[in-house]
Design a protein around this ligand. Structure first.
Ligand code: ZN
Length: 137
């Protein structure tokens, strides 16, 4: 785990504790939009135009944004972009949160790979009838 990741993960509960509903709402809107997108992706015949929720995170924002599915996918592929209604601005916290989430995901993926490798090594060593220590991890 690198120092940057540790800092971001460590600061997460503090941020939540200080009550930042904007960030919570942004995350909620993104998961709503992801659900819309995955529903949209499964449509047959494909219907490309969908209405997504604005992700600015403002407590009173109920704006929606009309997007083609590929446009939405292009936005979500970029961690620095959000689905925003015209004139709405994403809070800077959004970016920090997405970066933290991405670092967490890649850390999780790496840990998963390491565990797989370790399991494989242990199975192999059992087959070979000799111990393989876990010192590599
Ligand atoms: Zn908005």
């Amino acid at each position: 785990m690198n120092a940057r990741l540790r800092t971001l993960v460590a600061s997460e509960p503090a941020r939540r504790g200080s009550g930042v509903p904007i960030v919570e709402k942004q995350g909620l809107m993104r998961s709503t939009n992801d659900e819309i997108a995955s529903f949209a992706a499964g449509m047959n015949p494909p219907d490309l135009h969908w209405v997504f929720a604005c992700e600015c995170g403002a407590p009173k924002c109920t704006a929606s944004v009309g997007l083609e599915l590929p446009e939405y996918e292009a936005i979500t592929a970029d961690p620095y972009r959000s689905v925003l209604a015209e004139g709405h601005v994403a809070s800077p916290a959004r970016r920090a949160r997405r970066e933290a989430a991405e670092l967490r995901d890649s850390a999780r993926a790496l840990r998963g790979q390491a565990e797989l490798q370790r399991d494989r090594a242990q199975r192999l060593s059992a087959l070979l009838g000799r111990g393989v220590g876990g010192e590599a991890f």
